[in-house]
Design a protein around this ligand. Structure first.
Ligand SMILES: NC(=O)c1ccc[n+]([C@@H]2O[C@H](COP(=O)([O-])OP(=O)(O)OC[C@H]3O[C@@H](n4cnc5c(N)ncnc54)[C@H](OP(=O)(O)O)[C@@H]3O)[C@@H](O)[C@H]2O)c1
Length: 231
């Protein structure tokens, strides 16, 4: 299961999973972006009779809605081993802006918790799971204007530690990656004077996520891993 699959990082992560033979279920909120994703990975997406990529409109902040999507995935493929929580977003705002902070919390934290709660059930039943969320390096240190984002991404670190501890001994690992600026067209357009060579590429970040979701990463759990490339 990959959330945020229609985003800049999402395309790279979905591709990386499909290339390694995984099947990917992607809850989306925009059908035309889902079609773009399917086109972008068309050669890896399987066939109508044997789809390797399923996209479906589902609200990732709504646990029952995600539970229904998980049931559909279980009927299609019989298991759900991996959850990559990529969905999230950034906005600047004052540390005194309660409404703005609430919105960033919902977008980055509530979505992750609701989706994970739905996906953990089949993982627990099978005694195996890999959960990786995308935080941000700014979750470690806030600056002026970044309160809501840094608080939300910082909360994902503490949440990861707590959930990893909760699931210890059940074969399920829980980790969070902390990227600095990701090199993609949206960031290049927003920061034309910056040097994108120092930024982490989506492929570099996808490799770390895919590794943490592999069987051989069984020894890593509760970790917050900076992925800051050349920053
Ligand atoms: N960009 C960076 O430099 C950077 C740095 C550090 C961490 N991150 C984190 O990395 C992750 C991916 O970032 P990105 O650069 O790929 O961002 P992006 O291109 O804006 O993609 C974000 C994805 O999340 C989805 N999404 C956002 N809010 C949602 C909501 N409330 N409900 C459902 N889906 C939602 C978006 O759906 P739609 O396509 O429908 O909009 C999109 O698929 C995010 O968690 C971000 O915070 C990014």
């Amino acid at each position: 299961m990959v959330t945020g699959a229609t985003g800049n990082l999402g395309h790279s992560v979905v591709r990386a999973f499909l290339e390694r033979g995984a099947h990917v279920a992607a809850p989306v909120r925009n059908e035309s972006k889902a079609a773009e994703l399917r086109n972008a990975v068309d050669e890896l997406a399987g066939t109508i009779d044997d789809p390797h990529l399923i996209t479906e409109i589902a609200d990732i902040a709504d646990q029952p809605a995600m539970g229904a999507f998980v049931e559909k995935v279980m009927r299609a493929w019989g298991r759900l081993d991996i959850l990559a929580n990529l969905a999230g977003g950034f906005a600047t705002g004052s540390a005194l802006d309660a409404q703005g902070i609430d919105a960033l919390w919902k977008q980055n934290v509530r979505t992750t918790i609701a989706t994970t709660a739905a996906c953990v059930r089949p993982m627990r039943a099978r005694g195996y799971g890999r959960i990786v969320s995308v935080g941000a390096i700014s979750g470690l240190k806030a600056r002026k204007g970044s309160a809501g984002y840094a608080m939300a991404k910082g909360a994902l670190i503490r949440w990861t530690e707590a959930l990893a501890d909760e699931l210890k001994g059940e074969g399920i690992t829980v980790n969070v990656v902390l990227p600095s600026t990701i090199d993609h067209p949206t960031n290049r357009a927003a920061m034309p004077k910056a040097d994108p060579k120092t930024w982490v590429s989506p492929a570099e970040l996808a490799s770390v996520i895919v590794y943490l979701c592999s069987e051989e990463a069984s020894g890593v759990t509760g970790a917050a891993i900076p992925v800051t490339a050349r920053t």
